[in-house]
Design a protein around this ligand. Sequence first.
Ligand SMILES: Nc1nc2c(ncn2[C@@H]2O[C@H](COP(=O)(O)OP(=O)(O)OP(=O)(O)O)[C@@H](O)[C@H]2O)c(=O)[nH]1
Ligand SMILES: [Mg+2]
Length: 467
Amino acid sequence: MHDQDTIAAISTPPGTGAIAIVRLSGPKSISILAKIFSSSPETFKPLQWESRSHEAIHGYIWNPDNAELVDEVVAIPYKGPVTYTGEDIVEINCHGSPLLAREILDLAMRSGARLSQPGEFTKRAFLAGRMDLTQAEAVLDLIQARTTRQSRMAVNVLKGGLGHSIKEIRGRLMELLSRLIAGIDFPEEVGELPLDDIGPIVRQATTDLERLRKTARSGRFLRDGLRLSIVGRPNAGKSSLLNQFLAFERAIVTEIPGTTRDSIEEPFDINGIPVILIDTAGVRITDDTVEKIGIERTGRAVDESDLVLMVCDVTQGWGKEEQEVLKLLNGQPFLFILNKIDQADGESNSSEMKLEVERNESCIDQARISAKTGEGVEELKNKIERFAIKDNTFNEAGGSLNQRQDELCLRALQSLDDLKVSIDNRMPEDCLATDLKTAIHCLSEACGDEVTEELITEVFSRFCIGK
Ligand SMILES: Nc1nc2c(ncn2[C@@H]2O[C@H](COP(=O)(O)OP(=O)(O)OP(=O)(O)O)[C@@H](O)[C@H]2O)c(=O)[nH]1
Ligand SMILES: [Mg+2]
C-alpha cells in the first residue's frame, strides 16, 4: 500500500498571499531540495543537509537547468520518522505568488518528485502509523470547520481521544476473545471460560458503545449543520425572526399575511453551531393555488428539519392555524415561540397558548421573544444550542463519532447483542467467538486498524491536494 515516491504539492490555497508553501514528502525530499537550494543569491552554493533537521534555513531557489535565480525562500527540512508523514519532509516557504509557487513545484518535480494526490500527505501519515483513521478524518474536519466550535471538536479528535475510546473498548473485547479461544484450544490447561464471566464484560462494552454513539448526534450537527425551520401562521413574524438572526433584511416583511410564498434557506452560526435557517410560507387553510404550493413546501422543510421553531403571535392567541401547524409538524421536535411580546395586548393570551402546547410531547422548550426588537432572541439561541448539544458525552469520549464510525459502532453493538443471545442460549464457545470477532472487526475498522483500499481511497479523496 505504501509507495516510495517522493511527492510534492503547493500546500497553501491558490491565489496571492504573503507566503506560499511548497511541500515535499518521501525519501528524496532533502536531496531534491539540495539540487535547487543555494545559500547565496550570486552563485549556486550547496548546503550540507545531512546534519540539518527541523531547522528553518534562509536561502535561494535556483533553476539548476539555466542557473537562474527564482526566489528568496526559507526552507525547512524535517528528517523522518518524527514528522507528519513519518518520512523525510521539506517545506519551502516562498513569496506568495501563485506563479513562483508553481515554478518551485515544477523544479521539484523535474528534480525527481511527483505531484501528490489529494490527501496523500495525511494518507502517508496514516499508513506510517503516525495517526489513526479517526485522527486523519479530524484533520479534514479541522480544515473544513466554519465555526470555532467545529474546529474545537475536530482538534480534540486529532489529539487521539476518540480513537483511544474506541480502542479501549476493543481491547477489552480482544482480551475476552483470547481467553475464549484459549479455552477452546487448550481446554485441559486453561479451562473453559465460565459463561457467567462473559456476560458482565459484554454488558459493560455495550453500555460504553451506546454512550459513545450518543456523541454522533452532536457530531452530525457540528459537521453538517442543524436544519432549523421557522414555521407558523401567516404574519406570526417568521421572516422577521430570520432577519433578526441574520442581522440584515434577508426576507421581505410586511403586515400582509401570506407575504412569504416560498421557503428561503440561509446558512448561519448559532453559538458556534452551524445552522441552516429556513424561513417558510405561513400555514393556513387557503384556496390560493400559489399559497397552497408554498404550504406544501413548508411541510417538506419541516420533514427535513432537525428542529422546528413554531412561531406564534401572542396578539392573535391560539387558533385553528396553530392546530394546522401542529398537524404539519407531525411529531418533529419543536421549540414553541411566543412572538411579539413587545405588544402589550398579547399578555392575556400567553397562558392559554402555553397550556395548548404543553400537552404536546414534541415541544422541547418554550421561548418568549420580540422578532422586531430582538428581545429574548439571545435566550432562544441558547435553547437551540442546548438542543444541539444536549450532553457533554463528547468531552469524555474525546470527540464525536462521524457517520462512518457511528455505523461501525452500531454494527459492533448488534454483534454484541447476538453474543448475548448466544450466551443466554448456552451456545458453544466457537459461536460466541464468531460474534465477538465481528464486533472487534467493526471497531478496528472504525479506528482504521483494519481497512480496505477502497475505504482509504474514499476517506482521503475528500482532502485537498497538499494536505
Ligand atoms: N410588534 C411586533 N411586530 C412584529 C414582530 N414580529 C413581526 N412583526 C410584524 O408582523 C408583521 C408580519 O411579520 P413577518 O415577519 O412578515 O411575518 P411572517 O410570519 O413572515 O408572515 P408571512 O410571510 O406572511 O407568513 C410585520 O408587520 C412585522 O413588522 C414583533 O415581535 N413585534
Ligand atoms: Mg414571511
